[in-house]
Write a protein that binds this ligand. Sequence first.
Ligand code: FDA
Length: 324
Amino acid sequence: MGVMGRVIMMMMPITPKFIVRWVANRYVAGPELSDAIQVMQSMQSQGACFTLDVLGEEITSLDEAEFFVNEYNRAVDAIVSEGVDANISLKPTAFGLLIDRDRAIENIEKITKKAAQNDIFVRLDMEDNRVTQSTIDIVIEMQNRGLSNIGTVLQSRLFRTGDDIEFLASTLGGNSDVRICKGIYLESDSIAHTKYQDIVNATNEAVDNLLDAGAYTAIASHDIPVIDYSLSALAKREMGPGIEDPRQNASESRAGKGPGYEFQMLLGVRGNIRRKLAKEGHRTRVYIPYGGRWYEYSMRRLRENPDVAWHVAKSIIMPWTNRR
Ligand code: FDA
């Protein structure tokens, strides 16, 4: 699989842009905010809620951060005016985290305040290991400033994740809200698991730890062993659709959230599994990326993790494995 992915990735730079666009169409709502709204409205009947992401990351000058501040402002306004059940996901490096930390925090605070005024949750996506600690720190900083509508993502492949769960839960109590995923960035074996089964085991362990810590647990995986394990971990704690979160250490249920947990998937990936979970009553959220930078985003994702190229190719060759 690794080899296939690398071969496909090597061909990408010489693949005509219109072909890349045709493929990306499945995974990206479109270049405009209105495209994202349309996709969300068309998927609402599938029992899904959403998280909206403006494509782009790691800016080179602070002026570029303005674009993201404005676009997320527009996104919040559109969520409200169109009445879609959505929150927002953003990448701290797009707000200047690697250039000027204070300015990045200022920018993120602006968005988080605006979102709070509209009862919208803000998720800081997790990027590579250069910013793991600072992303967690921003969540704590925002919460200290009275903004409880913010949480981040932890990547189970990283060895540090168990400690991060403990830290977030002990600092924020029931206000800790974590999306747990495997992690798309292929980190070195000195800081991360690199083998599939080790990563699955670490993901399952992180789900257990988050549930036990009282954190709101957003399980972001399309991998059946992880989903099945999570379902049994929930059942073991008597958590599930329509049941009020029974955990003593969890916070009270909040608007727009599930009973202590939810499942999250990417637009275009394994919609059949997501729809099945929704039908069973689980809260399911679809990650909806949109924006003019779809080409750069797609190419960067492929460079970072060639396995993504294989997943995409497989979903075209064997479409029954991956219905949008
Ligand atoms: P795995 O990679 O084993 O995939 C299982 C199956 O799902 C594959 O065999 C394939 O069929 C399908 N599949 C998975 N990804 C696919 C794709 N891109 N295209 C087509 N098919 C695909 N990472 C991160 O580092 N920081 C973050 O903030 C986030 N945020 C995030 C949000 C949400 C909602 C999701 C679902 C995922 C993320 N991720 C992420 C990405 C995550 O870390 C991980 O890389 C992918 O979800 C793939 O891992 P799976 O657990 O799905 O398993």
